[in-house]
Design a protein around this ligand. Structure first.
Ligand SMILES: C[S@@+](CC[C@H](N)C(=O)[O-])C[C@H]1O[C@@H](n2cnc3c(N)ncnc32)[C@H](O)[C@@H]1O
Length: 312
């Protein structure tokens, strides 16, 4: 593991200051900077990108890396989640759900799910983690997949029919406005999605609201363990590719703490070298590629855990 990627122990007071500095809520100097350099319609960029990927998979194509001119960001470095899922676990999962997989981890395996639990997957895509979670919670449990992109939802629902899974429901909506009641979910999982949100503070507050007391946040996400060059931070394609919107570790922890979570931990699952990221940066333009060496060891896939206190 690179020294730059040591996970800081605990949340320090300064981390809260840092969270405020980078808050997306105006007026702060840094928020103004972010708004000036990144387009306001980032959410549409994200929706269009994943809509195109879902359509391509529904037509029998690949989600990533096959000569497409759509840069797939971190998924490209992950080469379609190779190595993330155990091949035995893929038995019975529809091919299109596997092909559409764009995650950076295996939250269903790491979340410690139990039969009978209610699980919510934020940004469920083609549904792979929903189906894997559904096995773990069994017929007495229920798994919701939430996604804002119509084409992804259509693909996931088609996959559900193919898999013949009944304890699953795909919901249309945004992770910033979760369409579920307060205190209704045991575990919130997600795979490479929270980094895409333009309002992460709101997402974490929504997760806190929907979790039952004692409920758990168990999420795979892209996390930064160092400063990445501004040219990458301001690249909308790299935002949609799960790189530019990623939070640094201290900010992730402080945002979780500010939402009310306790027992916050960030565990690296893969740290990307400059070489791992070269293709993804090249697809985002020559300027992005030119700074590849500066991101060596600064971007990681991580498993992020936190708990909603049992007593408030
Ligand atoms: C990188 S893909 C990951 C999909 C899936 N979790 C997986 O591992 O294959 C991101 C997914 O999140 C969805 N998404 C991104 N931002 C969202 C938001 N703000 N609200 C709801 N869904 C969102 C996209 O439509 C897309 O399906």
């Amino acid at each position: 593991m690179s020294a730059a990627c040591n996970v800081e122990p605990g949340v320090k007071r300064d981390d809260f200051k840092m969270a405020e500095m980078f808050d997306h809520v105006l007026p702060t100097r840094y928020a103004v900077m972010e708004r000036r350099t990144l387009p306001m319609n980032l959410k549409d960029t994200v929706k269009q990108k994943y809509g195109k990927i879902a359509s391509r998979v529904a037509e029998g194509g690949a989600a990533c890396c096959c000569g497409s001119n759509v840069p797939e960001g971190i998924a490209q470095a992950n080469r379609m989640s190779h190595g993330i899922y155990h091949k035995d676990d893929m038995a019975g999962i529809p091919t299109a759900a596997i092909t559409a997989s764009l995650g950076c981890g295996n939250p269903a395996a790491l979340a410690g799910l139990h039969p009978g639990q209610t699980v919510l997957d934020l940004g469920s895509g083609g549904g792979i983690d929903v189906f894997l979670s559904a096995r773990r919670v069994g017929p007495s449990g229920k798994v919701y997949g939430l996604d804002m992109t119509e084409e992804m939802l259509a693909l996931a629902r088609e996959n559900q029919k193919l898999a013949g899974v009944e304890n699953v429901e795909f919901l249309k909506g945004e992770i910033e406005n979760i369409p579920l009641p307060d205190n209704s979910v045991d575990v919130v999982i997600s795979n490479c999605v929270i980094n895409l949100s333009v309002d992460k503070r709101r997402v974490l507050r929504e997760v806190f609201r929907t979790l039952k007391p004692g409920g758990r946040f168990a999420v795979s996400d892209v996390v930064l363990c160092g400063e990445i060059p501004e040219t990458l931070q301001n690249n909308p394609q790299l935002w949609a590719g799960c790189v530019a919107g990623a939070m640094r570790e201290p900010r992730y922890k402080s945002e979780l703490a500010a939402a009310g979570f306790v027992d916050i931990r960030i565990e690296p699952t893969r740290i990307f070298s400059a070489g791992d990221l070269r293709a993804c940066l090249a697809a985002a333009g020559s300027e992005a590629l030119s700074v590849a060496d500066q991101v060596d060891g600064k971007i990681m896939s991580a498993f992020v855990r936190a708990t909603k206190p049992a007593k408030m």
